[in-house]
Design a binder for this molecule. Sequence first.
Ligand SMILES: Cc1cc2nc3c(=O)[nH]c(=O)nc-3n(C[C@H](O)[C@H](O)[C@H](O)COP(=O)(O)OP(=O)(O)OC[C@H]3O[C@@H](n4cnc5c(N)ncnc54)[C@H](O)[C@@H]3O)c2cc1C
Length: 387
Amino acid sequence: MDFELTAEQREIKALAREFADAEIAPNASDWDREHRFPRELYPKLAELGLMGVCIPEELGGAGADFLSYILVLEELSRADAGVGVTVAVHTSAVTLPILTFGTDEQRSRFVPPLARGELIGAFALTETEAGSDAGSLRTTASRDGDGWRISGTKQFISTAEYAGTFLFFARTDPDTPGACGVSAFILDADHVRVTGAEEKLGLNSSVTNSIAVEDAFVDGDRMLHDEGKGFTVAMATLDGGRIGIAAQALGIAQAAFDAARAYALERKQFGQRIADFQAIQWKLADMATEIDAARMLVYRAAWLKQEGKPHTEEGAKAKLFASETARRQTAEAIQVFGGYGYTKEFPVERYYRDAKITEIYEGTSEIQRLVIARSVLGLRRQALAQG
Ligand SMILES: Cc1cc2nc3c(=O)[nH]c(=O)nc-3n(C[C@H](O)[C@H](O)[C@H](O)COP(=O)(O)OP(=O)(O)OC[C@H]3O[C@@H](n4cnc5c(N)ncnc54)[C@H](O)[C@@H]3O)c2cc1C
């Protein structure tokens, strides 16, 4: 067993941290307050290869391994979780599934602009009536000559407003209810109308849109994988995607710990640093331990994925534990800051708000427990899209 990162992984992590410290962290609280998607940031990330870290070089990516990509998400999210999710959805939920399930033609046509960051990707599965139970989605795609006509609405689609490529799920077989009648399509921005944007608790530097596709015609070569195999695509995407969300949670928790540690060493009460009180020491010890444990789970799941080994259970455990760690430990960080932690003068209240979503998207904690329970009990995996 080797717990060391490789030289290349360390280099990519350092590059991401340096960029995040210089270009993201100083602006994160303004973006949060202004609810601003920092569009200008993404070409800079692209220039460093960070919009396609784990995509092969010949398809426009940086050619690094999946763990390197996870390290990048952790570092970006440590500075700003909204940037973290934008890159995570773009890479894990759009570029990678096209790379994995696309034909040679689809790969060479759609992957390079995404990997080079010329287009941003969005993943459109959720509908108002189909969240955890995404297999009940109602958006339809009907045959029209050699192509398809797609109609329907989607809810909670990250980055839709700025996206150029959508991985979009629709029901191609109206007579087959549930997951089996669903297929995956690659859509462009002009197939999609953005109909709204959510006002959220946190993650304010990302955008979360409702969208509509209104009788859009796409050629047959826009279908990703076979007809009726959309759920295979969605499941595999979420298996890997949730390792990215786990890394996002880890980055948020690490940021909260770093802030709490520094404050505890500085703040004085009763004539001494609060870090000298055992109550505060224990909080920091618990935070450090849980974050370390989360990191081990996240890196292990990433390693399993990059080795091509099964990682469904391990990815679900990583996301479950890292997201709950982030929620618990960002709350503890506020506690270390006392009243100041509750104000916008310090970033810990933002970490607390941002952490909550990691327990919800790409499968809620309840769905992660379901996935883990089915795996440890040897039960058949049902068609739960978000799980
Ligand atoms: C900020 C944000 C960004 C998002 N980005 C995207 C995106 O880019 N693309 C996309 O497609 N979706 C996206 N989503 C949607 C997200 O994945 C869903 O919100 C999530 O999967 C839960 O679905 P739901 O909100 O409909 O909740 P529901 O499924 O209605 O769940 C409500 C509650 O019931 C519980 N529950 C449901 N089913 C079960 C069960 N079988 N067993 C036990 N408990 C259960 C849930 O755990 C939860 O506690 C995003 C959501 C948000 C808030």
